[in-house]
Design a binder for this molecule. Structure first.
Ligand SMILES: [Zn+2]
Ligand SMILES: [Zn+2]
Ligand SMILES: [Zn+2]
Length: 379
């Protein structure tokens, strides 16, 4: 399951299956000083996560843990209390600075209450303001809370790290809807796009998750939006497939046109102009449509089925001949039968018919990426 989730996550980031391209990822973390990479440190967190020297982190860590001369009291959920230093957290977070400035500065304590987030998550957040680091396990456990706190209190570095963590390894089919909603609330466009893609490409499983059910209850408008985007994506997908198939048909028609000119001009295998000799062991033909067309031409010449407009094969041949004559730029020198006859017939066709043919010719040539077909000019 974990692997599958990770794979989904990877393919979503790589491919561009859904919607617009992802915004660029956040910049990579700053390089760590050599001092923090080596040596044995009693605290794993300091070595693993830090961008600054170990001694400095230990100092800031001690200051936070002891609350020495702290002047801010943070009330958290369930009656928890943390202590901090106004000067430090005010520098780390402009929002905290603004909130605490309004407190009564004559008293020793400025107070702030942060509810709705577990006490331990708030502790990890404030410790980060001192040390710029966190324990790996804490990040795993509180990544969503830390994303919200770093967004609300404007701590961009931590926010980036939370987004990166979620993008790279924490998204699952069970939590993707929650992460999606939080990423929208926290203005994390790249993350929300990744979640959105994951939801669309795993819709059946995601729609059975608890997160989806909760979103349906609490944010029916968002659910509607996701469902609409899914319908839109389905339609886009169908349209893409339709265009690919259409292009294939135009390419096949162009190849048939090339092969037709080639058969009538050079001859191929057993068929061709009467002034050509056929060698028993000639080179294999380079036109892939040649063989099918050879059979069609042979049928056309010998068909005894006298139905109005010809049998279905003959009708096809007539259409190919007409298409040729509409593309051909040299009817006088052309060796394809009836090439110039069709030119006269065209003038008698209805306007509607004429427009249909013109669109077809335009699309075939455009698919081939050319204005005029080189094989139809005099050689
Ligand atoms: Zn051929
Ligand atoms: Zn026929
Ligand atoms: Zn022609």
């Amino acid at each position: 399951m974990a692997n599958m989730d990770q794979n989904c996550c990877e393919s979503l980031k790589d491919g561009n299956k859904f919607g617009p391209a992802l915004p660029p990822p956040p910049p990579p973390p700053l390089p760590r000083p050599a001092a923090t990479r080596t040596g044995c440190c009693p605290c794993k967190r300091l070595v693993e996560q830090s961008y600054v020297s170990r001694a400095a982190i230990e100092l800031w860590d001690r200051l936070f843990d002891t609350g020495y001369k702290a002047d801010v009291r943070i009330n958290t959920g369930n009656g928890g209390i943390l202590y901090a230093h106004y000067n430090i957290i005010a520098v780390a977070s402009p929002v905290l600075r603004g909130l605490l400035k309004q407190g009564n500065v004559r008293r020793r304590w400025r107070t702030i209450t942060i509810s709705g987030v577990p006490h331990d998550a708030v502790r990890v957040f404030f410790r980060y303001l001192y040390t710029s680091c966190y324990e790996k396990e804490d990040m795993e456990e509180f990544v969503l809370h830390l994303l919200v706190l770093s967004h609300v209190f404007m701590v961009p570095q931590l926010k980036r790290e939370c987004e990166q963590k979620l993008e790279s390894s924490s998204l699952t089919l069970d939590n993707v809807v929650d992460v999606f909603q939080i990423s929208l609330l926290c203005d994390a466009p790249r993350l929300s796009l990744i979640c959105h893609r994951m939801i669309l490409s795993n819709f059946k499983a995601v729609s059975e998750s608890e997160g989806w059910k909760a979103m349906k209850e609490s944010h029916p408008a968002l659910e509607k939006e996701v469902l609409e985007s899914m319908i839109e994506e389905e339609n886009n997908k169908k349209e893409r497939i339709r265009k690919i198939n259409e292009r294939k048909i135009y390419m096949q028609l162009y190849e048939a046109m090339e092969a037709l000119v080639h058969i009538c001009r050079d001859g191929c295998r057993t068929i061709g102009p009467c002034d050509k000799d056929f060698k028993a062991n000639q080179q294999p033909c380079k036109y892939s449509a040649c063989k099918g067309l050879e059979l069609l031409v042979r049928h056309f010449a010998a068909c005894k089925l006298r139905v109005p407009g010809g049998c279905s094969h003959c009708k096809r041949m007539w259409q190919l001949l007409e298409l040729h004559s509409r593309i051909c730029s040299d009817p006088d020198g052309c060796r394809v039968p009836l090439c110039s006859n069709f030119k006269q017939r065209m003038s008698k066709q209805s306007k509607k018919e004429e427009i249909r043919w013109k669109i077809l010719v335009k699309k075939i040539l455009r698919t081939r990426g050319i204005g005029i077909a080189p094989c139809f000019q005099q050689q």
